[in-house]
Write a protein that binds this ligand. Structure first.
Ligand code: PAF
Length: 285
């Protein structure tokens, strides 16, 4: 099947209902567009495991705060369509804001409590409810067997797993490894905002994660000491301003008393205009 762009929920549902009747498995990759190799790797994973791949491109206003970059969020549908087609997407769902939110403001939303309040949620208090609401809507629209998300947005992935379980949504959520540039920077659509010197400075995030992982591998077991080490390393980069650095339990995102099980290192920092996030899993054996 060559890639087909679909703009309405009705048309997408009609096609997918037909596919389900012939027992096709459907893999789904939701995105906000401006695709990079990280998105393409999710699409390739979906293509390898399913009969049909649906990807969506929707810059979801609900998940942007008042002072965030909704109006200037990078968009390039022509390029995205080529990337999606090359990565094996069959149906590219590109709804308008009116199609997704025909009544304007939504009066029903999906809110995940504890998990959504900390880390990203501390500075972006409405972000995760906006994300969870649109992902739930997309799950209902697509009815996929499997949905693919990058581990780069590690808290987002934990929240999606939680509301899928809480609401018994019949989809298997699959987390895929972070795609990185050669110098370690995690790929992100927002990297496009970085000026050349900031692009260089931004590698401090992945370098800091690696240094903290090495400290744990060498025996450091205090998560506070690890977080301090990370903060000190980010402070050496004048173009970066740390938001948070933490060593957390990968499921609850709580800081453990002691690192005696696999953990996740989380980091967020402002580097020039964009606020960048990254993370790394560490097994402490
Ligand atoms: O990760 C993203 O690009 C978005 O948060 C998502 C999951 C597509 C929901 O808008």
């Amino acid at each position: 099947m060559t890639l087909r762009q679909i703009d309405t929920i009705e048309e997408l549902r009609a096609i997918l209902d037909r596919e389900r009747r012939r027992e096709a498995t459907i893999g789904f990759v939701p995105t906000m567009g401006f695709l990079h190799d990280g998105h393409a790797s999710l699409m390739r994973a979906a293509n390898a495991a399913n009969d049909l791949v649906v990807a969506s491109i929707f810059v979801n206003p609900l998940q942007f705060g008042a002072n965030e970059d909704l109006a200037s969020y990078p968009r390039d549908l022509e390029r995205d369509t080529e990337i999606a087609a090359d990565a094996g997407v069959d149906l590219l769902f590109v709804p308008s804001v009116d199609e997704m939110y025909p009544h304007g403001a939504v009066s029903t939303s999906v809110r995940v409590d504890e998990l959504a309040r900390r880390w990203e949620g501390a500075t972006r208090p409405t972000h995760f409810a906006g994300m969870a609401t649109v992902v739930t809507k997309l799950f209902w629209i697509v009815g996929a067997c499997r949905a693919y998300f990058g581990e780069k947005d590690f808290q987002q992935l934990a929240i999606i797993r939680r509301f899928v379980a809480d609401l018994s949504i019949p989809v298997e959520v699959i987390g895929c490894p972070i795609a990185r540039a050669e110098d370690g920077l995690a790929l992100s659509s927002r990297n496009t905002y970085l000026e050349p010197a900031e692009r260089q400075a931004a590698t401090v995030l992945s370098r800091t994660l690696e240094a903290a992982a090495t400290a744990i591998e060498k025996g450091e077991r205090d998560p506070i000491v690890v977080a301090e080490l990370m903060a000190a390393m980010v402070a050496t980069e004048p173009l970066a301003r740390l938001d948070y650095a933490a060593c957390v339990d990968p499921a609850t995102l709580d800081v453990p008393e002691r690192i005696d099980a696999p953990c996740r290192l989380l980091i967020a920092a402002q580097v020039g205009r964009p606020r960048l996030i990254d993370n790394l899993g560490v097994s402490c054996e």
